[in-house]
Design a protein around this ligand. Structure first.
Ligand code: RTP
Length: 150
């Protein structure tokens, strides 16, 4: 389905390091459509909600502090298999294991400063989009679809 959506978030280190334009360009050049985007500060409660499934992990406290350490850029991207392909564009969780050519493989070193988040499944994408964009996303018809899909 070409209207699959994923939640992509540039984490505080990605924003501070000036990687916003680079990351947006990688998703856009692939052919995906940007449906929503905002820069925002994250509260502790919101970060805890987003990463609720990791609450028992020893790194949870550090992860929540990291997510609240500066503004993030929250986005919704759309396109065929965008969840799976988005994860490929991002690279492995630990940048040490990320291939060159992926965002984490090219721009970071440590798992605790891995610059970007991407939903890991369609169900979690829908949940995360609702969590970060309760106001909804921008509906419009991108003109270039015929140049991307048969
Ligand atoms: P994300 O949700 O941020 O896209 O990352 P992910 O699916 O690739 O990995 P996940 O296991 O869900 O971990 C979420 C984030 O927690 C931090 N982390 N730190 N110190 C550690 O061992 C450790 N492990 C994970 C990373 O920021 C990871 O992206």
């Amino acid at each position: 389905m070409s209207n699959e959506r994923t939640y992509i978030m540039i984490k505080p280190d990605g924003v501070q390091r000036g990687l916003v334009a680079e990351i947006i360009a990688r998703f856009a050049r692939k052919g995906f459509t940007l449906r929503a985007m905002k820069m925002m500060n994250v509260t502790k409660e919101h970060a805890e909600k987003h990463y609720a499934d990791l609450s028992s992990k020893p790194f949870f406290g550090g992860l929540v502090s990291y997510m609240c350490s500066g503004p993030v850029v929250a986005m919704v991207w759309e396109g065929k298999d965008v969840v799976k392909t988005g994860r490929k564009i991002i690279g492995a969780t630990n940048p040490a294991a990320s291939e060159p050519g992926t965002i984490r493989g090219d721009f970071c070193i440590e798992v605790g400063r891995n610059v970007i988040h991407g939903s890991d499944a369609v169900e979690s994408a829908n949940h995360e989009i609702g969590l970060w964009f309760p106001e909804g996303v921008c509906e419009y018809e991108p003109c270039a679809k015929a140049w991307i899909y048969e």
